[in-house]
Design a protein around this ligand. Sequence first.
Ligand SMILES: [Zn+2]
Length: 297
Amino acid sequence: MLTWTVGSVRVTRIEEQLGIGGMSADRFLVGFDRAVFDRHVPWLAPNHYSPEHDRLVSSMHSWLLKTGEYTILVDGCCGNHKERPWMPRFHQLNTRFLENLRAAGTEPEAVDFVLCTHLHADHVGWNTRLENGRWVPTFPNARYLFSDREDARWNPARNADLEPIRRIVYNDSVLPVVAAGLAQIVDGAHAIDDMIRLEPAPGHTPGHIVVKLESRDRRALFCGDVLHNVVQVYEPDWNSAFCEDPQEARRTRRRVLGHCADSDALLFPTHFGAPFVAAIKRTAEGFSHAFVAAPGG
Ligand SMILES: [Zn+2]
């Protein structure tokens, strides 16, 4: 179990899966330039890119924050038993995510907040679990927070044009939480307390948020899918194939990297390979990173 300390807050990585993606690097990254990418390959391989497969390596994990007062989960991976035939890596999984959570000393009932950076299938899966054929909230005592703009995009009752596969995701992973009265839909920036706040970070999706943590003059930023792979620190104009608004995604990526560099905020992404967390610096060309491994990890 990998745990970082940010001020008085302990941050633990709860793994669901770690492996190669389903698309070649040039298809996954929009704006991809093979010659530029090849310059990064010596340090990207093997933890962030598999040259053998020409696939990016990506993790699916949640971040578990223990503040002393609250237990908070940032993002909920893909979940078990979800019907996702269009995406083999998300489809009918049976992972040890909940066992990993318990190994970190947390029962699902102890989670106070679930913060959804956005409502894509690989971030809301563990919002719910299958019980006697019904989807029920995995964290029955939590408040689940996500943004109103995000709900407007993915809620079939608010978006008549929503693609059928998106309806499946909302209906099995978001709607049961809303129906149970556990959803708290926030508008714009929102503070959990004086340490943790949500801020809009649109682009990948319209209502994407990031989570900022500040404790005892130490800072962290949980960026969701503002970045997918560490190569984007060096090539911030490269989007993922799943970024909905390309221009806004690039602007937000640069703003988030700038914030991390200027305020010494550690970057905690959802999909980076090991060692998963990075410090960001400004350079003459843009940005650079240094991985920050968990102590003992
Ligand atoms: Zn994602």
